[in-house]
Design a protein around this ligand. Structure first.
Ligand code: HDL
Ligand code: ZN
Length: 425
């Protein structure tokens, strides 16, 4: 047997752990930004504590606090309230709370002191440049894909002057207003000089395609993306159905980039909570299957928000090689559900899946979201490899390294038909 062969379960456990810990990660969906985007890049303890997941959790313990009063507070006052409510007055074992403590601990801060101002002093001592370098080092993430939305004025302005993109980041062209709010979006396209009208005339189709081409040439995105409601259907006689069929998919083929559908968001079920006010609903996997079947020359990335959709989506990916499933998204990004989904996906899809993305909104979160997910992916992979060893399969170290590299971005880059920037030169 070659020295490469894994000889025992103990050796498997330690070799797999080292491989998981040292394999660079491509984080295929986040809301992070390069330094060029200024205040859009969020980082530090007060941003961590006012993450919308924690805002929602705080209000559950504050029945007398009006939403208006909270939103009128300063960022520091909001963070103080979240800290006091979720960390001091109650044990912080929810996943979003635990994540804050993982970050502080991995930064070498003493979590046992519970001294929020001491933590603030640490962050105040860092520059954005220094902290970006530290977080990428501690998180083991090699590259992060942003969410770039030309309909956000603050972001659009940066694109008018930005030069080279920080090589640690890639772009994704996000199109929710175009697909989900046509009635208020087509006038904006018109003011930007695109010859569109409300009706889906040939002129409008050409105008929207021209808009997409301009932003793809400007951003060089890895994919075009949209979040969609549980009611999403395809085909559908609606502005969204028409834009997808006549604009998104032809342009995606022209530039050979996937269309990423993130399905299952009920927007603003509680509008007073802002970004924390969105909820989840079961969606129709058949819409995804119809798109994959009708457009075999298009590539589709897909993640769904409802737990009850995960099995159907994994089965759909078995039917369509132009469908790549990714991530444990948002309300699914919790240890119990990550493990359930990862086991199911590994059993149905093997390595042809991207099990996780971070969805980070705050830079520091890269540290905890990947620490926590690596541990679960390692646990599931250990069981899968153990099953193989029990049959007498001779497991090679290089094969474990290959598989982990695939799960941490390699399968995604291959699906994109682009070189993996993390691949060893
Ligand atoms: O639409 C999306 O990309 C979602 O990820 C939302 O940004 C959501 O608010 C979120 O942050 N989820 O983690
Ligand atoms: Zn997101």
């Amino acid at each position: 047997m070659s020295i490469q062969t894994i000889q025992s379960k103990d050796q498997l456990r330690s070799f797999l752990h080292d491989t998981i810990q040292t394999t660079p990660i491509t984080d295929i969906h986040s809301h992070l930004f390069t330094e060029d985007f200024g205040g859009l890049l969020l980082w530090g303890i007060d941003e961590l504590l006012t993450y919308h997941y924690l805002v929602a959790e705080t209000f559950r313990f504050q029945p007398e606090l009006s939403y208006e009063a909270f939103w009128a507070m300063s960022k520091t006052e909001q963070a103080d309230l979240v800290w006091q409510t979720l960390f001091i007055e109650h044990s912080p074992y929810s996943e979003a709370c635990r994540g804050v403590l993982t970050v502080l601990s991995r930064l070498g801060l003493d979590v046992s002191t519970r001294d929020l101002n001491a933590y603030r002093a640490f962050f105040a001592s860092m520059s954005t440049t220094e902290y970006l370098k530290l977080v990428f080092k501690l998180s083991g993430v090699n590259t992060v894909c942003m969410t770039n939305d030309p309909f956000v004025d603050e972001e659009r302005e940066v694109w008018e002057t930005i030069g080279e993109i920080d090589p640690r980041f890639h772009t994704a062209l996000r199109l929710d207003p175009l697909l989900n709010a046509w009635d208020t979006t087509w006038p904006r396209l018109k003011t930007w000089g695109y010859s569109v009208e409300e009706a889906f005339s040939e002129k409008t189709i050409q105008g929207v395609q021209s808009f997409l081409r301009d932003w793809i040439r400007r951003m060089n995105p890895l994919y075009m993306a949209v979040s969609l409601p549980p009611s999403f259907q395809f085909p559908e006689e609606s502005p969204r159905g028409r834009v997808i069929e006549t604009c998104i998919l032809p342009i995606a083929r022209e530039f050979d980039i996937p269309f990423a559908m993130m399905i299952g968001v009920n927007k603003r079920v509680n509008p007073a909570l802002g970004d924390a006010g969105d909820s989840v609903g079961p969606s129709d996997v058949r819409a995804v299957e119809r798109l994959c079947a009708q457009f075999p020359d298009n590539k589709f990335l897909c993640t769904m928000l409802a737990r009850e959709n995960q099995h159907g989506l994994a089965v759909a990916a078995r039917k369509f090689r132009n469908l790549h499933v990714f991530g444990c998204w948002w309300f699914l990004n919790n240890p119990s559900l990550i493990e359930e989904m990862t086991r199911m996906r590994f059993e149905l899809l093997g390595v042809s899946v991207t099990p996780q993305h971070s969805d980070c909104r705050v830079l520091d979160q890269l540290i905890y979201k990947w620490d926590h997910s690596r541990a679960i992916i390692e646990k599931v992979l250990f069981d899968k490899y153990s099953d193989l060893m029990d049959t007498g399969w001779s497991l090679q170290q290089a094969e474990i390294q290959r598989d982990v590299a695939d799960l941490f971005g390699g399968s995604f880059w291959r699906f994109l038909n682009r070189p993996n920037p993390a691949a060893k030169a």
